[in-house]
Write a protein that binds this ligand. Structure first.
Ligand SMILES: O=C(O)CCC(=O)C(=O)O
Ligand SMILES: [Fe+2]
Length: 312
């Protein structure tokens, strides 16, 4: 398979030829001229204790109420006591950082191929005048087994393949000379059912949109996972749980590393609102959809949220 010729953001920086116009947002942008790196308030989302949530106690019910409220307002929660050890989360993070720091030639061994989303690469170029995101990513499918393509799985650093088998995609945002005009990840809602995130422990950047305003995500501690609802959960919950629009902004000083896992129902599974959540007071919001991920690019190109395709 042919490998595309593209420059990753790290290569753009290394070339030292200044910032290519392809990364600059149009003067009005998405945000009516407000600089992307303007200061914004922090969102107030609860931390859910998963071990309590699963216990049949008063505290468990309280935790459940907290979870329900967070998912139906923000569509995002922090989760702790989830059973994944801090040592393991640290390891995923460390290996991702080490991979990102490898020379370009090494990383290009795992370069994405034309027509594939798996592999290492820049922001995917889907249309001619697309403004590019300031991000390099390694995207790997780990389930189901028959979709695993080991050629995209780094052999260096040692241990990477073993640890990543459990999940995960890695993102690297180098420091950016124009954080006011360049976006790390453009605004979007996830096409997953839900997404687990290990955002950078020191560097902010992730922001969520609520009632037309941007809020920055908190920096979470090393043993905590940030979970957000994706479009397919919004559909299944008949709109009760919100798939939040979010983005990542850049900064001048520090690189930012982030690790995500998307839980995506199989393409052949029909996704539709759960019967018990449909009533006269809350009619069915969405038509059944299949292969939601494929719907995405079409809608993305038109600047629409793909969930619009399934709304009744
Ligand atoms: O880098 C992050 O923290 C989030 C990235 C993201 O939103 C995504 O890949 O869907
Ligand atoms: Fe996302």
């Amino acid at each position: 398979m042919e490998k595309p010729k593209f420059k990753t953001v790290q290569e753009v920086v290394a070339a030292g030829e200044g910032l290519p116009a392809r990364y600059l947002q149009a003067p009005t942008g998405n945000d009516n001229g407000i600089p992307l790196n303007a200061s914004i308030p922090e969102m107030d989302i609860p931390a859910i204790d998963l071990s309590l949530l699963l216990s049949a106690s008063e505290d468990g019910r309280e935790e459940l109420n907290k979870l329900h409220l967070a998912l139906s307002t923000w569509g995002v929660v922090q989760v702790m006591n989830h059973g994944i050890t801090k040592a393991f989360l640290d390891k995923i993070y460390k290996l991702t950082k080490e991979f990102c720091a490898l020379p370009s030639e090494e990383k290009q061994k795992y370069a994405r191929e034309i027509g594939s989303i798996q592999g290492y690469g820049n922001d995917m170029i889907l249309w001619d005048d697309q403004v590019l995101d300031w991000i390099d990513r390694l995207y790997i499918t780990t389930y189901p087994e028959d979709q695993i393509q080991l050629k995209f799985w780094p052999q260096v650093p040692t241990g990477f393949r073993h640890v990543w088998r459990k999940c995960y995609d890695g993102y690297m945002y180098p420091p950016c000379p124009r954080p006011d005009k360049v976006i790390g990840v453009k605004r979007h809602a996830d096409k997953s059912a839900f997404t687990l995130l290990l955002p950078d422990k020191n560097v902010e950047g992730l922001q969520f949109l609520k009632d037309g305003k941007w809020y920055k995500a908190p920096i979470v501690s090393a043993d905590t996972i940030l979970i957000n609802v994706g479009d397919q959960m919004e559909i299944m919950s008949n709109g009760i749980y919100k798939s939040p629009v979010h983005r990542v902004v850049t900064n001048r000083e520090k690189e930012r590393i982030s690790v995500a896992t998307f839980f995506i129902p199989g393409a052949d599974k029909e996704i539709l609102p759960v019967d018990g959540l449909v009533s006269e007071a809350r009619p069915r919001l969405c038509k059944p959809v299949k292969n939601y991920v494929e719907l995405l690019n079409n809608y993305y190109l038109q600047g629409l949220r793909p969930i619009a395709a399934s709304l009744i």
